[in-house]
Design a protein around this ligand. Structure first.
Ligand SMILES: Nc1nc2c(c(=O)[nH]1)N[C@H]1C(S)=C(S)[C@@H](COP(=O)(O)O)O[C@H]1N2
Ligand SMILES: [Mo]
Length: 511
């Protein structure tokens, strides 16, 4: 088939028509997503599909470069890409109208097929993308008609009315997008649900902190991480909107009797409070993907016993509302450690980005094998029967946290004055505890650091070593010893496939 040529190339007007039509399409799609109450706007489903298919090197690069802004960068990337494609489609459409319009429709269909690959897919989720396709085609056709019908087809720009109309449509696109997002928030008002939640008093409160549990050293990590500063690692492009009213947890699989709990059932159970340091397997030596909180929640072991765990079941699979799957050894949950369904962090309901209204926390295991946020389903299964999300991507099925230590101060490559310098940081070996931290300078003899008081084995300990620093460039190194007397692994390992190892070195200049 030979394409029908039906106009002159009009690159600027074509690009403008394409981009404004795409903006309108995305804006209307957000509105439709809000109206049907599904988190299925094209940018979100395309972004989600992209995250699930991102190769590991790119994911690591993104986390390294952008940290917790990686999702904003991805969304911005998607919008820029869509704008570029839309501009090309618009330009093509000035000359080959049908091909251009077909291209616009195709973009919407690509988004609809991305929606169909999402874990929580329901047929209705293609509707925002299909609406986008219709708006993109109609919008592009209309805008081209408007912009190409200028007073003088060869030289002059589009008429004032056309420019005005295009601007109005561009503003309408933005307004539709914002209104759509708002509508999605109103439909699931997480902020109101969180505000209304009255936290029960724990039947088993956390033990009072002993004297000396926190060191007074400037530059060392706060003992309890502020929830707002707590590291965040997840694949959720937009934070799942789950209210306490909508929340339900199903416990099923290899159990004697299936259980379903709503949030009131959860609140009615005895609550425990426990201080736990949580760590991400992606934390590099010296990295920031670790934090400590006082968690409040329902003990998991009695709940599982109530359901009656089949002795052949060795993997507990948690699933979140957005389809993340996380597998935890059943033995870890039942061995007496403080495994819980947490509803609060440091005395406040969980923040939405940390899993409101309910997440799992199991001390001693990296987050990807223990800490399902927005938890809605627990299935008793087997390691040889099911591979969760990250295991399918090559990470180990089981991943206990490795003994680690970090220098918080002085900062790498910083300059300090000669004299006494406080070298300080944190060390963690959840479930085993920390018994010793040692520091050395320029590869010399190891010096024992002072430790904050031990509170429980699942918590980091702060440490400080007072260094009599003389001028020059120096390398500081730290290592920890766990409660079993095992020295932190010296050999460097990357986070993949079961967590980083190696002693951190920091180079500083003393003046
Ligand atoms: N639903 C869901 N839960 C999740 C994840 C996720 O991507 N989705 N990431 C896990 C990982 S890898 C870690 S390290 C912890 C991080 O929890 P935080 O973001 O509250 O610090 O959550 C875990 N739970
Ligand atoms: Mo993680």
């Amino acid at each position: 088939m030979v394409a029908q040529e039906n106009g002159k190339f009009r690159p600027v007007r074509g690009a403008l028509a394409g981009v404004v039509a795409a903006g309108l399409a995305l804006g209307v799609a957000e509105l439709v997503a809000g109206a049907i109450g599904r988190s299925a706007a094209p940018a979100i489903v395309v972004g989600g599909a992209a995250i699930d298919r991102t190769p590991r090197w790119l994911k690591e690069f993104a986390i390294e470069q952008f940290g917790e802004d990686d999702k904003i960068v991805l969304l911005a990337g998607i919008f820029v890409t869509v704008a570029l494609i839309a501009a090309v489609v618009g330009i093509v459409a000035t000359r080959y109208r049908r091909i251009g319009l077909a291209g616009a429709a195709l973009l919407g269909l690509v988004a609809a097929s991305a929606a169909a690959t999402r874990p929580q897919f329901e047929l209705i989720d293609v509707v925002p993308s299909l609406a986008a396709a219709v708006v993109a085609v109609a919008g592009l056709a209309g805008l081209l008609a408007l912009l190409l019908r200028s007073r003088d087809r060869d030289s002059a720009g589009p008429g004032r009315r056309a420019v005005l109309m295009t601007s109005v449509l561009a503003i309408a696109a933005g307004a539709a997008g914002v209104a759509g997002r708002q509508l999605q928030n109103i439909r699931a008002d997480v902020a109101a649900s969180r505000k209304a939640l009255r936290l029960p008093t724990p039947a088993k409160p956390a033990a009072a902190l002993p004297e000396g549990a926190m060191l007074e050293v400037s530059g060392v990590s706060r003992f309890y991480t502020n929830p707002a500063d707590f590291y965040r690692v997840d694949t959720a492009l937009s934070v799942p909107k789950l209210t306490t009213d909508d929340w339900k947890l199903r416990i099923h699989g290899m159990v004697g009797k299936e259980l379903t709990l709503d949030f009131d059932d959860l609140l009615a159970r005895p609550m425990v409070e426990h201080d736990i340091t949580m760590t991400c397997v992606s934390n590099e030596v010296g990295g920031q993907l670790v934090g400590t909180a006082r968690w409040l929640g329902v003990e998991l072991a009695p709940l599982l016993r109530e359901a009656g765990v089949d002795p052949d079941s060795d993997q507990l699979v948690g699933t979140s509302i957005d389809g993340m799957t996380i597998g935890t050894p059943v033995s870890a949950v039942l061995d007496g450690r403080a495994a819980m369904l947490a509803i609060a962090m440091n005395g406040e309901p969980l923040l939405p980005e940390h899993g409101f209204p309910c997440r799992m926390v199991v001390p001693g295991l990296y987050g990807y094998v223990s800490a399902t946020k927005w938890l809605v389903d627990l299935e008793l299964s087997r390691f040889d029967a099911f591979d969760p999300y990250w295991v399918r991507r090559g990470w180990d099925q089981r991943a206990p946290i490795k003994t680690s230590s970090r220098i918080d101060t002085p900062r790498p490559l910083s300059r300090t004055k000669a004299g006494t310098v406080a070298v300080a940081g944190v060390a963690w070996a959840q479930q085993r505890g920390i018994s010793k931290v040692e520091v050395r300078v320029d590869g010399g003899a190891w010096q024992e650091a002072e430790l904050s008081a031990q509170v429980n084995d699942d918590l980091w300990r702060q440490w400080v070593w007072r260094w009599d620093a003389d001028s020059g460039s120096h390398t500081l190194q730290v290592r920890a010893v766990d409660g079993d007397g095992e020295v932190q692994i010296e050999e460097r390992a990357e986070p993949f496939p079961n967590g980083s190892s190696g002693w951190q070195s920091v180079v500083v200049t003393v003046e």
